[in-house]
Design a protein around this ligand. Structure first.
Ligand SMILES: NC(=O)c1ccc[n+]([C@@H]2O[C@H](COP(=O)([O-])OP(=O)(O)OC[C@H]3O[C@@H](n4cnc5c(N)ncnc54)[C@H](OP(=O)(O)O)[C@@H]3O)[C@@H](O)[C@H]2O)c1
Length: 254
């Protein structure tokens, strides 16, 4: 069977939070599919390890240390990518944070600001910077790693869920604005994925017992399962899809 519609041969992809978890899985999946990959996160040594794995697939890798809360870092990331590759075909906004859990009424303003600045503003500014380039190219593809928490509330995760709901609207709004320029914008909204980010959840047996009562597939996702969905959205398999929030939750009904 010809599956060449999943190929990213000759494409340049930028992935924030590419040093571990979902971002790393996306970077390696995209490289396997033929893309050269730019990975960005705060710690260079972690990025360099992933870059070695990317290069082992025969693709090029560029590491750019970046704090997605800092606009100057995002500008530097875009410039370094253009210096090296001269274009950007796929952007995956993936780096996000959730430093605290608890009810909204007990949330410190500084925690709210940190989550919003890193998650929502970080994705917004990166989409704006790269969107301009894609508009000029008259082609491009933006994938926002959102969360099921952006669609329905999750206990103790108020500011995080609000930031992800904002990312879902950023996705739809940009899809509306960028469609005429041949730029697609979609989001992936996972529930629990087995990464460091959610370790406190998937190692909590009681919580998982409750989770699986309402999850037909009775397991959490792997980073690779999310990466394969990202490849689907990045590829020509989804040429007529934009503004879509792809919920990946094992069928969870809450
Ligand atoms: N895991 C889940 O259950 C789950 C569920 C739904 C949605 N998601 C979403 O999936 C995405 C990836 O999460 P994950 O589970 O893969 O997390 P993870 O394993 O903790 O990895 C996060 C990645 O983002 C980077 N990062 C974190 N803060 C950053 C910042 N301010 N600037 C730049 N890079 C930063 C990290 O590297 P450094 O620390 O070196 O910067 C790392 O590469 C997030 O958007 C998260 O909200 C996760």
């Amino acid at each position: 069977m010809d599956t060449s519609y999943l190929s990213l041969e000759g494409k340049i992809a930028v992935i924030t939070g590419g040093s571990r978890g979902i971002g790393k899985a996306i970077a390696l999946t995209f490289a396997d599919a033929g893309a050269d990959v730019v990975i960005a996160s705060r710690k260079l040594p972690d990025l360099e390890k992933v870059a070695e794995d990317i290069k082992a697939t025969g693709r090029k890798a560029l590491c750019v240390p970046t704090h997605t809360k800092k606009v100057e870092d995002l500008e530097n990331l875009v410039q370094k990518t253009l210096d090296e590759f001269a274009r950007i075909d796929v952007l995956v906004n993936n780096a996000a944070t959730n430093p605290a859990m608890g009810p909204i009424v007990d949330t410190e303003e500084s925690v709210y600001d940190h989550i919003m600045d890193t998650n929502l503003k970080g994705y917004f500014m990166m989409s704006k910077l790269v969107g301009k380039i894609m508009r000029d190219q008259k082609s491009g593809n933006i994938i926002n790693v959102s969360s099921a928490g952006g669609v329905s509330p999750a206990e103790g995760l108020g500011p995080y869920c609000i930031s992800k709901a904002g990312i879902n609207m950023l996705t739809k709004q940009m899809a509306l604005e960028m469609g005429p320029y041949n730029v697609r914008v979609n989001a992936i909204a996972p529930r629990i994925v087995k990464t460091d980010f959610s370790k406190a959840l998937w190692t909590n047996e009681k919580l998982m017992e409750r989770e699986f009562k309402f999850t037909p597939l009775k397991c959490v996702a792997t980073p690779e399962e999310i990466a394969q969905a990202a490849l689907y959205l990045a590829s020509s398999a989804t040429n007529y899809m934009t503004g879509h929030i792809l919920v990946i939750n094992g069928g969870a009904f809450f």
